[in-house]
Design a binder for this molecule. Structure first.
Ligand SMILES: CC(C)(COP(=O)(O)OP(=O)(O)OC[C@H]1O[C@@H](n2cnc3c(N)ncnc32)[C@H](O)[C@@H]1OP(=O)(O)O)[C@@H](O)C(=O)NCCC(=O)NCCS
Length: 168
């Protein structure tokens, strides 16, 4: 069957659909994650940035990537990627990869200098994310330092963006 999956920016109306997929994949325990705490600092759970994207198969949600503008050590121009979630029946077909590439491209054109995330280096490494030096980028809550990854969208950003991640 020909795939009719399309990608597009997410809108606030998509939030219930995205939340339902997050619920299915991560369960309610996701709210305890430190990355969620950072996003909460920005406002309600409904917040959708210009960098959030979806893959849709008709009216079915295939995959969703969220990305929030943050500050690092008080410097604006950074973004936090996550969560990325792919519906299990669509896993391993490149939808995660497509949404990451598109979100990074949107961030680059949106004047974001650095994107950070908390996740698996073996997966995100292939997109250019690297572990940050221990203690250089910190979170307002418990995070495994080996899972703090970043990609520079502007040369030298890792030198300039150090300190505490904040949703404000
Ligand atoms: C992890 C996830 C986002 C990957 O998306 P996807 O669309 O299935 O993956 P893609 O098709 O882009 O890439 C598939 C490749 O990534 C690899 N991969 C998937 N998850 C991986 C992981 N955690 N670590 C290393 N490699 C991983 C696959 O083995 C496959 O490798 P191959 O290309 O060599 O065969 C998706 O499976 C998912 O939503 N998982 C549950 C939620 C989650 O863990 N989210 C990430 C944390 S926020």
């Amino acid at each position: 069957m020909l795939s009719k999956v399309v990608t597009r920016p997410a809108t606030p109306e998509d939030v219930p659909l995205i939340s339902a997929l997050h619920d299915r994949v991560f369960g309610p325990g996701r709210f305890a994650r430190t990355a969620y705490r950072v996003r909460e600092q920005k406002g309600p759970e409904t917040e959708i940035s210009a960098f959030c994207r979806l893959a849709m198969d008709g009216d079915q949600l295939v995959a969703a990537i969220r990305m929030s503008e943050i500050s690092i050590g008080g410097n604006k121009g950074a973004a936090l990627l996550g969560p990325l979630v792919v519906a299990s029946e669509y896993a391993g077909q490149g939808f995660g990869r497509t949404l990451i590439r598109e979100a990074l491209e949107t961030a680059r054109t949106g004047d974001i200098k650095i994107v950070v995330l908390v996740g698996d280096e073996p997966y995100y490494g292939r997109f250019g994310f690297k572990r940050v030096a221990p203690g250089t980028i910190t979170f307002p809550g418990p995070v495994n330092p080996a899972r703090i990854l970043a990609i520079e969208l502007e040369d030298g950003a890792l030198q300039r963006f150090t300190g505490l991640v904040s949703g404000r």
